[in-house]
Design a protein. Structure first.
Length: 133
């Protein structure tokens, strides 16, 4: 499991770098979706995602590509602030599991929790099928 923990921490580090690079300041890490005052090319409603500073549009959503409101709200829900909180939570879980293992030894439940934390990253290089819960 040590190899899994090292690999999982590297994935979390990568996610953190990506989330931090998505905003120009921590104050702008919270995003929201809004209907755009500008209509879409087909005359429908266009949506955009804006950061908390209201200093710029993160992304316009083209309604011809998919459900514009649904896509905009999904992007906003996965804002950098949320991703960073999730990374922190996962790191805390890993830390608690490792502390338990250091005192009590490894056990199946905690190993399964580590495998479950790694599952969202199964499509990334280095993931081993033997880690699948």
């Amino acid at each position: 499991m040590v190899e899994l923990v090292v690999w999982l921490r590297a994935q979390l580090d990568e996610d953190e770098r990506t989330a931090r690079a998505a905003s120009w300041t921590d104050d702008a890490n919270t995003w929201h979706a809004e209907p755009s005052p500008y209509g879409a090319r087909d005359g429908g409603q266009r949506w955009y995602v804006e950061d908390a500073m209201d200093d710029g549009v993160v992304s316009h959503v083209d309604p011809a590509a998919s459900d514009d409101e649904g896509v905009a709200r999904h992007i906003a829900k996965w804002e950098p602030a949320r991703v960073l909180r999730e990374i922190d939570a996962k790191r805390r879980i890993i830390g608690r599991i490792n502390s338990h293992a250091a005192v009590m030894g490894r056990d199946e439940i905690h190993d399964d929790l580590l495998r479950s934390l790694a599952l969202p990253y199964a499509d990334r290089p280095g993931y081993k099928e033997s880690w699948r819960p």
